[in-house]
Design a protein around this ligand. Structure first.
Ligand code: 26Q
Length: 789
């Protein structure tokens, strides 16, 4: 390893050890790891090719992978070797690892889930390919200026991204616009614009390097000038249009995690990567000499939400227009390949495209959508429509074109059946299945929490790394004082690490003995960060009134970004920062309460915050959070959850036991019921002197003295609408927080509860999730050689 690092430093980077920067060392280390990885990757790729086994194609607009060096080193079992080699060279492994920027090609949960799935697919030895977009700029970076979010462009590709291999030979034409002509029953699409999609491959290596898959991300290139002659309307104008389109199409990730409807560029992005992926998998299949009618035996295509839902019409187009299949035959065949995962019930997040726009960008696909619609109406008269009110509804399209549709938690799947797809569900009662989300324990325990994972392995061996159910062996130890002390010592060391970081980065003193109460996720009204900050104010009021009343000291930690155009979310950020500034400067409560909101929350920050958390905030309005996955990461790392009966919280609570979970709030049914009572918010506020006081303070400018009216609008929405029922759940939330305070005082008992959480999380491994998809949806098995290894 040492020699390899030095060799890469010299011949790969042209540097000598004496004049190398941290960046140079990281590049040399990464290349040394990459060589080893390739030795696992190529045989896997060859084996998958030779055996002609069925492959999974996971299509996702987002892959939120974060850093890679440590992941690679860990999965290859090379962390110790790398650390030792660098130390011999006078270098610090941890420092070098920290130099790597996050690959932030995603917004949040959906993108991170795709990354966890890639890890599990490789570890389980399921031949798979992830398909996505190689964005030049990932999710924006967040700064706070006077407490307000300011966005900076993210530039991860300005440094060498050595994990990827460019594949200039893999190239597809992606066409847009123009018109369609029909001759003798055959459609001819004469597009107006063309770009080329080229592939960049990143190896994804599973545990111990037993199997490797590929994450293939597409970048756009302009059509080549010498290629113009072969175009139908080849001229210099179309070449320069192609250049402009190629430059914009992969430029930036849409930073909104609820649909912004009707953005033409977004539709082009979706079609661009979906078409390239479908063309690529068909080419792979055909190069094996297969009959296209057998495609469903070779390819399971999974759509990560509706963002790649154009895959249905695109596959049909290629089957009919290029491979000469009949329309109805093509539809049935496409359906056998496709699965669709739904991640949201929020009406505003369901993708719809104005028909005129859709038809202008994808005229041939609009014809095919009409055929799909007609076919479905013929078979199921009066069923829900894909084309409705002048829109193309992508949810209905994905549902109708998939043989299986899945929700991401038990509750969410039930609600999918009862609400968004109720009518389609009645017509296709076997189609909707549940696959509760999961997380990879390799990143979210092994790598991010060495203190705890070392302790666990010392106690029960390392089987949990590939079989998380093994953690159940820890359950009996909840009565073992010595082990509980060790468990809490690991937590304590993670809290100290975080305290030092907070001091260094933000200049705030926090006490590692206090309860670390963490809410990290995108800022959204339905996730109710505002309820958390209101509760913080209420607690501060009580502490100030009776500072010696035996309070449990707390550190309230927030992290998360708001979509740049989401006004209310940005107001919530501003309020949290204003409240933090006020509370953190109060001498009376300085040893009792702090509010910490580090800017630019990302995967790497999560990897530090989660192991240090005592309390995990999962407080969404019931029925709104499809699953959540952060909730699983916290519980796995021994934090207790304060939460509503929403998404996967329900199942987490069942697994860890009601006595080890702080439950509060209305249920999904009660939420729907309460909304039918006009004036429910005002009634809740009228009944709560505590809320009245807080709203009074905010409105008087207690937290924004220079601008007292700053939050009048925000507070007004609590009285007038409060769609997310903050006011209805507030008192029960406050009381439950006080129960958590009491519980935290009994250290041994808290330790038992925390340990029980960790020990009960086996079910929430993404390995289990992927096995579920493999069995229920994809009909693929792990490769026996990998499964046995
Ligand atoms: C769509 C069109 C235009 C612009 C943006 C979008 C868009 C982008 C991202 C819509 C939605 C998303 C992301 C959704 C998401 O992250 N959902 C989360 O998925 C997780 C994994 O299943 C769940 O755990 C979360 O509960 C769910 O909110």
């Amino acid at each position: 390893m040492k020699n390899d690092i030095l060799r890469h430093l010299r011949y790969g980077l042209g540097k000598d050890a004496a004049h190398s920067s941290t960046y140079d060392w990281r590049m040399a280390l990464s290349r040394a790891l990459r060589d080893r990885m390739v030795d696992h990757w190529i045989p896997s790729t060859q084996a998958a090719y030779k055996s002609k086994s069925k492959r999974v194609y996971y299509l996702s607009m987002e892959f939120l992978i974060g850093r890679l060096v440590e992941d690679m080193a860990s999965n290859l079992g090379l962390v110790d070797e790398a650390r030792a080699a660098l130390s011999d060279l006078g270098q610090d492994y941890d420092l070098i690892v920290k130099d790597e920027p996050d690959a932030a090609l995603g917004n949040g949960g959906l993108g991170r889930l795709a990354a966890c799935f890639m890890d599990s697919l490789a570890t389980l030895g399921i031949p798979a390919m992830g398909y996505g977009i190689r964005y030049e700029h990932g999710l924006f970076e967040q700064d706070f200026v006077e407490g307000q979010q300011v966005e900076r462009p993210e530039t991860w590709l300005q440094q060498d991204h050595i994990w990827e291999f460019e594949r200039p030979e893999v190239e597809y034409r992606i066409t847009f616009g123009g018109h369609v002509e029909h001759h003798h029953d055959k459609a001819h699409w004469h597009p107006g614009e063309t770009v080329l999609a080229t592939a960049y491959d990143t190896p994804v290596i599973g545990w111990k390097g037993r199997w490797g898959n590929t994450l293939r991300l597409w970048a756009a290139q302009p059509v080549k000038v010498f290629d113009l002659a072969s175009f139908n309307r080849g001229d210099y104008l179309s070449a320069s249009r192609s250049e402009a389109l190629a430059r914009t199409i992969c430029r930036v990730l849409y930073p909104d995690d609820t649909t912004e409807t009707g953005k033409e560029l977004r539709l082009k992005q979706e079609y661009f990567f979906t078409s390239a992926s479908i063309q690529d998998l068909i080419r792979r299949f055909m190069s094996d000499g297969g009959d296209i009618r057998n495609l469903p035996d070779a390819a399971a295509i999974q759509l990560n939400d509706t963002h790649p839902a154009i895959a249905g019409p695109e596959l049909i187009r290629l089957l009919v227009d290029d491979h000469g299949l009949k329309m109805d035959e093509a539809m049935a065949l496409a359906r056998r390949c496709l699965g669709y995962t739904n991640h949201t019930l929020l009406p505003e997040a369901l993708e719809r495209w104005p028909e005129w726009l859709f038809g202008r960008v994808l005229p041939r696909h609009l014809e095919i959508v009409r055929e799909i619609e007609d076919d479905h109406q013929r078979r199921f008269p009066g069923s829900p429509r894909i084309l409705e009110h002048g829109n193309v509804c992508m949810g209905e399209l994905a549902f109708i074109m998939a043989h299986k549709v899945n929700g991401v938690s038990a509750l969410h799947t039930e609600l999918v059946k009862q609400t968004v797809f109720a009518d389609l569900h009645k017509l296709h009662p076997q189609r909707i299945v549940n696959e509760t989300n999961g997380i990879t324990q390799r990143r979210w325990l092994k790598t991010c929490n060495p203190a705890l994972s070392t302790l666990i392995t010392g106690q029960i061996g390392d089987g949990w790394i590939t079989d998380l159910d093994e953690l159940a062996k820890l359950k009996p130890l909840s009565g073992d004082a010595q082990f509980k002390d060790a468990f809490m010592a690991a937590k304590r060391s993670n809290k100290e690490r975080l305290s030092n970081w907070v001091k260094a980065e933000m200049g705030i003193d926090i006490d590692p003995a206090a309860m670390f109460d963490v809410q990290i996720k995108r800022i959204h009204e339905y996730k109710r960060q505002h309820m958390n900050i209101l509760e913080t104010i209420a607690l501060w009021n009580e502490m100030k009134a009776r500072p010696d009343a035996g309070w449990t000291p707390r550190v309230k930690i927030f992290g998360g970004k708001a979509a740049p155009g989401y006004y209310v979310a940005k107001e919530i950020i501003h309020l949290i920062n204003d409240v933090a500034a006020t509370i953190n400067n109060d001498p009376v409560t300085k040893d009792l309460l702090k509010v910490v909101y580090p800017p630019n929350y990302n995967v790497t920050m999560a990897e530090m915050l989660i192991p240090a958390a005592d309390l995990s905030e999962q407080i969404s309005t019931a029925g709104k959070e499809a699953s959540g996955t952060g909730n699983m990461k916290f519980a796995l790392n021994g934090a207790l959850t304060i939460g509503t009966l929403d998404g996967a919280n329900v199942e987490i609570r069942e697994h860890v036991g009601a006595e080890n979970f702080f439950l509060f709030g209305l249920t999904a049914d009660e939420v729907m019921e309460r909304r039918t009572h006009p004036g429910y918010a005002r009634a809740a506020i009228d009944a709560s002197p505590r809320m009245q006081r807080i709203f009074g303070q905010i409105v008087e400018g207690r937290f924004s003295p220079q601008d007292p009216s700053r939050y009048h609008g925000l507070v007004g929405t609590f009285y007038d609408s409060d769609y997310f029922l903050v006011t209805c759940d507030f008192d029960s939330y406050y009381d439950t927080q006080r129960r958590a305070d009491e519980a935290f005082k009994n250290e041994r008992n808290w330790a038992a509860m925390a340990l029980t959480n960790t020990a009960s999380m086996g079910f929430f491994s993404s390995d289990r999730t992927i096995k579920g998809y493999a069995k229920d949806i994809w009909h693929v098995g792990p490769r026996p050689d990998v499964a046995e290894a």
